[in-house]
Design a protein around this ligand. Structure first.
Ligand code: ADP
Length: 163
């Protein structure tokens, strides 16, 4: 059985992430979506909120589990017995960072391989940070994130008094 892990901040999950999740879930027998709990990054949504939104938007995918994690990715991969790390690639800046990360992880744990799925063209511009920015100024984010996430984002911005 091949288990893969797709790690990220997902702050919040976008349609680009969902696209990678769907495609990755067809490659592996079981896909773990690892939600990074890193308070140093000052996330907009708590890890619990991010996990909840991911569960909601992936509820129709049978072979998927959403788990929070802290610390080293390869430690988490070990714990869940995932032999494959899956990452999405949008453009050249992603590539430079991702290459470095995957080579470091491979040095630390040679049994774990990283594979990259290139972004679908319609989502290549999309990132959680731009979605947060547009939402903070009251812009329409409905074409960037699943509906349930758009609702949570609007609630969050209201609670922060952003608009
Ligand atoms: P972001 O960079 O948007 O803050 P994350 O840190 O949560 O996102 O990224 C998790 C993974 O998803 C990374 O491998 C990242 O390259 C990938 N990813 C993010 N947005 C997209 C997208 N629009 N299309 C494909 N992959 C993406």
């Amino acid at each position: 059985m091949l288990r893969g892990i797709y790690p990220g901040s997902f702050d919040p999950v976008t349609l680009g992430h969902v696209d990678i999740i769907k495609r990755a879930s067809r490659i592996v027998d079981e896909l773990i979506v690892g939600v990074l709990n890193n308070n140093a990054k000052m996330p907009l949504f708590s890890v619990e909120e991010r996990v909840k939104m991911l569960k909601e938007v992936t509820k129709d995918i049978p072979n998927i589990k959403i788990l929070p994690f802290e610390g080293l990715l390869i430690e988490c991969a070990h714990q869940v017995d995932a032999k494959l790390v899956i990452r999405g690639l949008r453009a050249i800046p992603d590539f430079e960072y991702e290459l470095q990360m995957s080579q470091t992880n491979h040095k630390l744990e040679p049994d774990i391989e990283t594979i990259f799925l290139t972004t679908s063209l319609e989502y290549s511009y999309l990132s959680s940070s731009t979605v947060r920015e547009v939402a903070a100024f009251g812009g329409d984010i409905s074409q960037f994130v699943p509906k349930a996430v758009a609702i949570e984002l609007m609630k969050k911005m209201e609670s922060k008094g952003e608009y």
